[in-house]
Design a protein around this ligand. Sequence first.
Ligand code: DAV
Length: 318
Amino acid sequence: MKTVIVGDATGAKIPKHDISLRCVNYADNSSPPQQGLYPQQVIDEANEDISKFVDFLKDENISVLRPDATHDPDYYKFCPRDTVFVHGNNVLYTPMSLRARANEHTAYNKLFESYTSINQEIVNIRREDSLYNTDCIGNLKVLALNETEPCFDAANVLKDNDDLYYLVSNSGNLKGAEMLQQFVGDTAKVHTIEDVYSYMHLDSTIAFLKEGLLLVNPSRIKDKKQLPETLQNWDIIWAPEPIDIGHHPGLCNSSTWGVSLNVFSINEKLVVVEEHQHNLRTELEKHNIDCAMLPMRQARTLGGCFHCITVDVERSPE
Ligand code: DAV
């Protein structure tokens, strides 16, 4: 049985405006919205949809861990995938790109206390102004992070057993990939993916469905050759155009792909998909993958659908 962490929208905030928020989240030249809690309706709807998802996981005999209820986040605890990287018995709280997320690991680290064999490591970095390159604002070709120190969100990484795929983007620099390689040592190989997508995270660009089968975003990857060599002989499902579910007015942290491609795989034959993505469902069913269609109404507002709001701990409690 698998164990999964599922995020919580309680206390989700637009943080204090600073150079990190401007460069990492708003490099597309839109301005950050006013600092403060997300509207209560956004938080309530997100938590209602999360409850349905949690019930579904429990019905599938999956144990669900939730973030520390007493933790009041500076940003949020909605997307544990962004923060927590699990590899075997090792948990790495990555050196995240936003200053407001520097302490986000405190929402999760108690969850692993009962796993005596799990080793947790927190990477602290300085996040000085020199880490951020303001030339990225309005210019996709310039990335937000300089190479002054390793910096990456855990969601810049996807795992296929001992091959780790790392997106170099506004939320992950090359030094971060080197640090990740050092962390896993010779137990795994880090493959970088570059010049594919400048913004946040890898999980709206590719999704692993099963060994040898990949779901790929054709608006970002036009040719297999843009993938690391180890993935070039895989079968690819080119994802159909997403259905836009919209977002709260003035508050948007995700493209439409961040909803549709952001599927959560229960096993090789079953994935959780946002309930409006019927074209995607048709494609997946052609490959004998069933889709549980569930709501996540605030996925674009808060910047996360079923993959982002989870982390597979990949082991049973002892
Ligand atoms: O496509 O806007 C959404 C964030 C995924 N963690 C996108 C990325």
